[in-house]
Design a protein. Structure first.
Length: 335
């Protein structure tokens, strides 16, 4: 009887320490670069090479498994404590090798040469590019599938879809869609055109992209800006402008004499958007969408709370205050 008890205890211990491996069914993943990988066992250690991936990984409850992130991975706060694997396009392969992760979630902007090097060293590298709302859902599903957290992934997606639907349902009967410019620079007028994440969010929030005739991100002339005359201007803030200040672009648009005749400037309708939520294809895009809906349609969603304000939103509860300093506007806008 004693031997039987010992054997049962041994089996129980084996189940506790090896349960994830025993219960794992290998999955085949085709990532966003078209590369096919087989995940033979549930990953226990993870390296993330893009802020968007990092946000998703933590949202899935996998923060304890993260052994490396990039220098730009600033959310959630716990990500700041993780070992840094270099920059974004300048990842440090040697540091990644030292971390020896079971799986690496990468982005095309990490550089194909770096990605190939890691694969040649035997690492599982899953390339993810979430450049639309649907792409964000796909990214969450893919990371969830790779890590055995599909239930958590489905829950996150369901919550996002519910919140987005709550916005679009209220916009069904609107007759006015304000024209909106999303600007990432005031010197050369970098704007978000068609086929961009920001264009999709502007449309979902009940607006019209003033520069939808621009394909992707591009530079427009001063003459085109004055002729287009947007009713609302959105400018980026974020996490990587150091001490320059999060309202730098906003102030530049409002004080530049050449722009004083633009409707948005005349009406003081130049708003700061946190690029860490507005430009990253992660779960927090819903926050920016809710804020943008307030900016474009305050008659439906309540007044938008400017950064530093504590105003409440009757449509969505207390507005999350835009945090952090202005981010590397063009370089990091989609990561």
């Amino acid at each position: 009887m004693k031997q039987v008890r010992i054997f049962l205890i041994f089996l129980l211990a084996l189940a506790v320490f090896s349960g994830s491996a025993l219960g794992w069914t290998p999955v085949t993943i085709t990532d966003d670069s078209g590369f096919e990988s087989i995940i033979e066992s549930q990953p226990e250690t993870i390296v993330s090479l893009a802020p968007t991936n990092t946000e998703i990984i933590f949202a899935l409850g996998l923060g304890d498994k993260v052994v490396g992130v990039t220098e730009y991975c600033n959310y959630p706060e716990e990500a700041l404590t993780k070992p840094k694997m270099g920059g974004y396009s300048t990842i440090n392969v040697e540091k990644i090798v030292a971390a020896n992760p079971d799986i690496i979630f990468a982005n095309p902007k990490n550089g194909q040469e770096n990605i190939d090097s890691l694969r040649q060293l035997g690492y599982k590298v899953i390339v993810i590019q979430s450049d639309s709302v649907a792409g964000t859902y796909d990214a969450i599903r893919m990371i969830g599938t790779c890590t055995g957290t599909t239930t958590e992934a489905d829950s996150i997606i369901s919550d996002m879809q519910t919140r987005i639907q709550a916005i679009t349902d209220k916009l069904t009967d609107i007759t006015v869609r304000p024209t909106v410019m999303h600007a990432m620079s005031v010197e050369s007028f970098w704007v978000s055109g068609n086929n961009t994440f920001q264009n999709e969010l502007i449309t979902l929030a009940g607006g019209t992209n003033a520069f939808s005739d621009v394909d992707g991100w591009g530079v427009v002339t001063l003459e085109k800006l004055l002729t287009t005359d947007p009713e609302i201007i959105l400018v980026d803030s974020g996490s990587k402008m150091g001490t320059i200040g999060e309202n730098t672009l906003q102030k530049a648009f409002l004080t530049e004499p050449q722009l004083s005749g633009i409707t948005a400037v005349k009406n003081n309708a130049v708003y700061v958007m946190d690029s860490d939520t507005f430009d990253r294809g992660g779960p927090r895009i819903v926050i920016s969408l809710e804020q943008l809906a307030q900016i474009l349609h305050p008659e439906i969603f309540g007044e938008y709370a400017e950064p530093g304000s504590t105003a409440a939103s009757p449509g969505f509860g207390t507005v999350l205050i835009i945090a952090g300093l202005i981010g590397g506007l063009f370089v990091c806008r989609r990561i």
